[in-house]
Write a protein that binds this ligand. Structure first.
Ligand code: URP
Ligand code: ZN
Ligand code: ZN
Length: 467
């Protein structure tokens, strides 16, 4: 591979924005030079008037996840191509172990799905859906031998992935010993199931009832419980996934104010979409926005608080929780019973743009944009400094972003394998211009140059984000 120079742009990282040319040699960044001082090279990308940022790291995706009686509609091939189109050059997906199954078999199944299929680099977290002696032991060997250093547990979805408090504590204790991060889906699934049964018995079957039966208080309660359980497990690092509600954020902020290793992510859907406007759309339309945690009410200050949390770092990361299901034949499984609508929204393609809109709107700084979409997820999950930063020696995963461009989101133009868009008609001031992954140009001038199999598995180290 020949050298490449990205010149004339403004390099942005958490520490600031500055004019520099970026010299790429093979798969790595070789140097950052003063503008105009780099040697002549075979290939030049003109980034004049544009930002040069590290490729996005989406720490929460579910390609091909079997869930809700069907499977997420993006394969590793289609989903990682869509990620690349949107400026994300690394995904961390979730391998699954269910109760009674072996963790190693679950992980092997996810490797088999992804290997040779991905357009961008990928890593795995491991879902532990059945905490028992064998899975606890397996956690140690995944950390030691497989490059898997984070485990997701569920306080939601009884009978599917749910763990009770004793199981959660045991897994947390194990992680405290082996150095891993515990990721938590924090909703009180037992109480939610009662509310769901009561709603259905009253004949309340439409999609909006998905949100109404998963109240914010039950996210706050579970988040607080997870924080306390992590404290009992001697402050095991705890990362709350897809945080959507003010009350849950307060629990995280309280723990962080006390100096605890408690972190959280949110997702674009909770920053922009609401229970009334999307989930409450007429008829069955709202099924497109059924996800858990659910969209929250616009009459409560959740979205405002989440933006504030992003500024204060009580929310450290923005991921997508990309889990797409087509409307036809998939979301439609829940016509007449909202509890049968497969849970998930597709958005891996749009995270970088949607968060840039936060910069344009004055909600977050340019530096914070890059920190939440790339640098922090890389540090949090043991990929830094290989990923998440433009620095000599790092992988040449680079996005040239055009602040003067515009992005209009539509199912007619997106690249996800999804027959609708949760973001239909959204227009963003900004546009992904060029995407480079390990020195290879994947996207340039509106054309895709990526190739299936370019993406490699990334064994991860321990978190570099702990207090
Ligand atoms: O609705 C969601 N979030 N689906 C994916 C599974 C999960 O809980 O992350
Ligand atoms: Zn979840
Ligand atoms: Zn998820």
């Amino acid at each position: 591979m020949t050298a490449m120079l990205i010149k004339g742009g403004t390099v942005v990282g958490p520490g600031g924005a500055f004019a520099a040319d970026v010299l790429v040699d093979g798969e790595k960044i070789a140097a950052l030079t003063l503008p105009g001082t780099a040697p002549d090279v075979a290939r030049t990308i003109d980034a004049t008037g544009r930002y040069v940022i590290p490729g996005g790291v989406d720490a929460h995706t579910h390609m091909e996840l079997p869930f809700g009686g069907t499977s997420a509609s993006d394969t590793f091939a289609t989903g990682t191509a869509a990620a690349a189109w949107g400026g994300t050059t690394t995904i961390i997906d979730f391998a699954v172990q269910r109760a009674g199954e072996s963790v190693q078999d679950g992980l092997a199944a996810w490797h088999a799905k992804a290997e040779g299929q991905c357009h961008v680099d990928y890593a795995f977290h491991q879902i532990i859906g059945g905490v028992d002696e064998a899975s606890l032991k397996a956690m140690d060997s995944l950390v030691a031998d497989e490059g898997i250093t984070s485990f997701k547990l569920f306080m939601a979805y009884p009978g599917v992935f749910y763990s009770d408090d004793g199981q959660i504590l045991r897994a947390m204790q194990q992680a405290r010993e082996n150095g891993a991060v515990i990721m938590m889906h924090a909703e009180n699934g037992i109480a939610i199931d009662v509310l769901v049964a009561q709603a259905l018995a009253r004949g309340e079957t439409t999609p909006v009832h998905h949100g109404l039966t998963r109240p914010a208080a039950l996210e706050a309660e579970a988040t607080g419980r997870a924080v306390h359980l992590a404290e009992v497990a001697r402050d095991v690092p705890l990362y709350i996934v897809h945080l959507s509600a003010s009350g849950a954020l307060e629990k995280v902020a309280e723990a962080r104010d006390a100096g605890r290793n408690v972190f959280a992510e949110t997702c674009p859907q909770y920053l922009y979409l609401t229970l009334e406007d999307q989930l409450g759309a007429p008829g069955f339309e709202g099924a497109k926005w059924v996800c858990s945690t659910p969209l929250r009410s616009r009459h409560e200050p959740h979205a405002r608080d989440l933006w504030k949390g992003l500024r204060t770092n009580d929310l450290a990361v923005v991921s997508t929780d990309h889990c797409p299901f087509c409307f036809k034949d998939q979301k439609e499984l829940g016509r007449g019973d909202f509890s049968k609508i497969p849970n998930g929204i597709g958005g891996v393609e749009h995270r970088v743009d949607l968060l840039y809109q936060g910069v344009v709107d004055g909600r977050i700084s340019l530096e914070r944009w890059v920190e939440t979409i790339a640098a922090t997820p890389a540090r949090m999950f043991g990929l830094y400094p290989r990923k998440g930063v433009i620095a000599p020696g790092s992988d040449a995963d680079i996005v040239v972003y055009d602040p003067a461009g515009r992005t209009r989101i539509s199912a007619g133009t997106h690249h996800m394998n999804l027959d609708h868009s949760a973001w239909e008609g959204f227009e963003i001031a900004g546009r992904v211009d060029t995407v480079v992954s390990r020195g290879s140009v994947l996207v340039r001038d509106g054309a895709f140059h990526g190739r299936k199999g370019h993406g490699r598995y990334l064994p991860r180290g321990l978190s570099r984000y702990l207090i």
